[in-house]
Design a protein around this ligand. Sequence first.
Ligand code: SAM
Ligand code: ZN
Length: 389
Amino acid sequence: MKTKFITVNEGNAKLLVPEKAFSDPFHLPVFYNPAMGFNRKVSSLALKFCLPMLDDSTVVDGLCALGSRGILYAKENKLKRVYFVDANPDAIKVLKKNIKLNGLKNAKVAEEDLNKFFVNSSENFDFIEIDPFGSPVFFLQNAIRKLKKIGILSITATDLANLAGGKTIPTKKHYNAKPIRNEYSHEIALRILIGKIAKELALQDYGCQPLVSFYRGHAIKAMVLCERNSDLADKSLEEIGYIMHCEKCLNRKVSKRIIGKCDNCKNKFEYAGELWIGKMQKKGLLLEMEKDLEIKLRDKVQKKGDLLPSDLEILKFIKFLIAENDFGPTFYDLHVLAKKFSLVVRKTDDIMLSLKMQGFDSCKVHYVSTGIKTDAGIREMKRAMTNKK
Ligand SMILES: C[S@@+](CC[C@H](N)C(=O)[O-])C[C@H]1O[C@@H](n2cnc3c(N)ncnc32)[C@H](O)[C@@H]1O
Ligand SMILES: [Zn+2]
């Protein structure tokens, strides 16, 4: 049956997309998922404030499908050139129409396998986007080979059934890491992805600095600054380690090595890793994104019919990322704690206040509405939940 296409607006981009994408985005001859608009909008805004870190603004939209990312990036940012690459000829046909529809003069199109594109390219790039079905790992080595001395990798992964679902064998195969399925497994997934990117970068003597990282819907996203410098590569590897988790008392620990027993209850620790144990955001960049959104919200109202999430929604999300960045890995899910220890769930704000009264900081998280990060340990957390000082 012939696919029916309609035109939609995503921010400043106009896109010809399959109408069926709004009911079933996963069985289309040309891929387009409206739910990923959030990821695209955050990435495009981040790119705006990443550009000053780069030598120039040549961008690769690696697995571009009908071009929704690259076109949005080009319409919202001043880019020298955008390379669109996809192996699907049907996608390339629609992509070309979309490039025309948006009047892009700086677009280059390659109907090619992405790895072949990188191998055959004589050019190196400032910013490389990889947005695959499933895992991005198959493209990392070739992408890194085509980065400039300083460049940015903007990587999405959707293989969360493995990474966050605790599927050990595929995760070990693709990421050389062991996942755990628990209440903060999406953060573990993100840290495994960044850890993998950092190790692949180190192989080619690049350091890795995460800029913006998040989980949303069925995807995790990491934008990292890469710099060819062997000292920086060595330093990045110091940020690789493990998260130890005790299923019995919910204690957790971040460590450079695997630890056998829980230091709270002596039960056997489970482990996740190797993974990234360092910061996952560049705070200054997020503050710039926050300010930009606040100014936009003051000055303009969202256009009608825009498929992208509102500036207010993104702003709230960015504020979570900023707050989380002051804390280390893992968070507590209040419902999980309450169930485990037969406690009544109090209001999150009240628990945060109880923590404050014990001398601990805390913040809500973007992963789940019932989660909080804190510098308190499990004992203090339980005390805060039962309101004892
Ligand atoms: C998840 S979709 C990309 C979505 C797109 N970035 C967006 O925002 O709408 C993955 C795309 O990768 C393409 N693809 C899969 N394997 C590829 C390969 N080895 N080389 C080039 N393109 C490939 C598919 O044709 C598909 O269009
Ligand atoms: Zn324990």
